[in-house]
Design a protein around this ligand. Structure first.
Ligand code: ZN
Length: 137
């Protein structure tokens, strides 16, 4: 569908939501309209998938070590075992990568839920298409 046509439909739908008191649907539709208007949607079918919250913003501060959260997670060398679980009992406890970002990843221990960051040793170039994001400060 043509973007201007879709914009008109979104606007019409918003008016309908408002008229019917469907305010819970109105706020996301307004966001969608703004994203559509400013060309911030996916090229494929004009999709917008956004789920953000205060918690997620704070989490990103912690992952990217931005003040005042720069020490929220300890930093461990890549491939570390859990710093909290005892090392002696059998094979290494299972750890999972919870999130990746250009400089590294957040890893968590499945046994004790401890979380830490593992940063790539060569951080200058970053990796893949995310590399350019490093310039943001
Ligand atoms: Zn652990």
């Amino acid at each position: 569908m043509d973007r201007s046509e879709l914009l008109a439909m979104v606007k019409r739908l918003g008016a309908e939501f408002r008229r019917r008191g469907m305010h819970g649907h109105l706020a996301p539709l307004r966001l969608y309209w703004l994203a559509l208007r400013h060309d911030l949607v996916q090229p494929d079918r004009h999709g917008l998938h956004v789920q953000l919250s205060e918690e997620m913003v704070v989490e990103w501060f912690k992952l990217l070590r931005l003040p005042p959260y720069e020490r929220a997670y300890p930093v461990q060398p890549p491939g570390s075992r859990c710093p909290r679980c005892p090392p002696a009992d059998g094979p290494a406890k299972e750890v999972v990568t919870e999130r990746t970002f250009p400089e590294g990843r957040k890893v968590a221990c499945l046994a004790c839920r401890a979380a830490w960051l593992e940063l790539e040793p060569t951080t200058r170039m970053g990796r893949g298409s995310d590399a350019s994001r490093r310039k943001l400060s």
